[in-house]
Design a protein around this ligand. Structure first.
Ligand SMILES: *Cc1c(COP(=O)(O)O)cnc(C)c1O
Length: 458
């Protein structure tokens, strides 16, 4: 297969330096991520099969491993223009605070109402759903970032948006819930009486606070039992990683313009979408032998998919309707400890990043949540942005790398992804401020128990 490297148009809009095409890193990988499998037949999933689950064009993007550039439709670009390009900021105050010779840059994705990078893919998924003539989409949300982003995107394209929100979050995070409703989404606390699976769970566990797995099952049932609806996911899939490549393309355009070459690129990793997007064009250079970089994925010690998981086929969704992906996973039943406050609780990792990690192109490390919140507070005080706990995993490691430079005197350039703001995470900040935040690291037995339930695929 030949790799389509020709771009028939300029890659950036002249007036704003915003990308006009997404970059598909898989095209530059000699060894591609393993194919997705149909969960019933365990054979590689075809476009037709995937189209029953995803919109047609998103299914094509999911399976496209050969086109390096995929044009961003005008309808999506005009939405991106409201909040992109996102700023690439030199963290002068943080450098001074740390006394490091390193140069630190961060790409800030919190500059929109949903407060995170998730809007970059939400708007693309809503666009293709609208184009295909669907009535609406369903999804689950825990902390609420994905649900909020999807609500904004659906409102823009006048699509119905049904969000199943884990009941405890629904009750404890009324502000996120109201942002979603302000954008016209219907938000249902899960488990609910509106689905068969919800009624069953409520009958068995009256008064339960719900779980992400249960909310997924309700969202899936809601989509599959109604004409014109699809269930959508905000991370882990390669289509989501593709949409997030706008982060990396803009970062590269800005660094090239400043004449700066990054040495280390760092991102937090939940399902891996922001990290995949941030490193994409740089990883392309590395794979083609044009430049070298260190890429570091940062995950919570309480949910260590890369560092303690297994590279195996697993379900992407707890509802087990999406195709299986080969990825670093802790098993789709894995649940991080309840007092884990920092997000990034997804059980698996994007399959493209998993393959890069397996090939040694990408490194991974874990951090504990108490260290993460210390970094978050230091960053908030010197750089002025109150970071999301998820993003603060990347801040922690960027600071640690900058401190190492202080010890060795090396003037490295460190770039990290600041994926969002933390205004809706003040309960977690409150615990940090009160000194009641604790660390939890799962035991080998707990991880082995979750891994023993992986689907059997040869
Ligand atoms: C969802 C989220 C993440 C993690 O998701 P990825 O798919 O791993 O990027 C990170 N930061 C913020 C602010 C988020 O909302």
């Amino acid at each position: 297969m030949s790799v389509e490297r020709e771009i028939p148009y300029k890659i950036y809009l002249e007036e704003s330096e915003m990308p006009v095409a997404w970059y598909n890193l898989r095209a530059d990988m000699k060894k591609k991520p393993a194919p997705m499998l149909n969960p019933q037949t365990l054979q590689p999933a075809t476009i037709d099969e995937l189209s029953a689950v995803f919109c047609k064009e998103l299914a094509e993007q999911e399976l496209n491993t050969t086109d390096a550039y995929i044009p961003i439709p005008e309808g999506i670009r005009s939405f991106y223009k409201m909040y992109r390009p996102a700023p690439l900021v030199r963290a002068y105050c943080l450098e001074k605070h740390l006394g490091t010779p390193a140069k630190i840059y961060y790409k800030f994705e919190g500059n929109n109402t949903s407060g995170s990078h998730k809007l970059n893919s939400a708007i693309a998924q809503a666009y293709y759903a609208k184009k295909q003539g669907l009535k609406g989409v369903t999804t689950e949300t825990g902390a609420g970032q994905w649900g909020t982003a999807l609500s904004m995107a659906c409102s823009y394209f006048d699509l119905d948006c049904k969000v199943f929100m884990v009941k405890v979050s629904y009750e404890q995070k009324p502000f996120r819930r109201e942002v979603m409703r302000t954008y016209g989404a219907s938000v249902t606390p899960s488990p609910s009486e509106t689905t068969a699976v919800g009624r069953k769970i409520l009958a068995a566990h009256p008064g339960t606070g719900g779980s992400l797995g249960c909310a997924v099952s309700e969202a899936v049932e809601c989509a599959t039992s109604q004409e014109g609806y699809r269930y959508v996911l905000g991370s882990v899939l390669n289509q989501v990683a593709l949409h997030q490549s706008v982060i990396g393309l803009e970062t590269k355009a800005a660094l090239d313009k400043y004449g700066v070459k990054a040495d280390i690129i760092i991102g937090c990793a939940g399902g891996g979408s922001n990290l995949a997007g941030l490193i994409a064009p740089f990883a392309g250079e590395k794979l083609r032998g044009e430049a070298d970089y260190r890429f570091i994925a940062v995950e919570p010690a309480s949910c260590p998919s890369f560092t303690r998981g297994k590279y195996a086929y697993d379900y992407c969704d707890t509802g087990m309707i999406c195709p299986l992906a080969k990825m670093y996973t802790l098993g789709c039943d894995f649940m991080p400890a309840p007092h884990h406050a920092g997000g990034l609780r997804y059980h698996g990792m994007n399959s493209m990043l998993s393959e890069l990690y397996d090939q040694g192109i990408l490194e991974a490390t874990t951090v504990k949540q108490t260290e993460v919140f210390q970094a978050a507070v230091e960053f908030a005080r010197v750089e002025g942005i109150l970071p999301a706990p998820e993003s603060s995993h990347a801040i922690r490691v960027a600071m640690d790398e900058a401190i190492k430079c202080k010890e060795t005197g090396e003037e490295k350039t460190i770039v990290f992804g600041l994926t969002g703001t933390g205004y809706f995470d003040m309960v977690a900040y409150e615990k940090h401020n009160n000194g009641t935040l604790t660390d939890y690291i799962p035991t080998d037995e707990e991880i082995a128990a979750a891994l023993s339930k992986l689907p059997k695929v040869d």
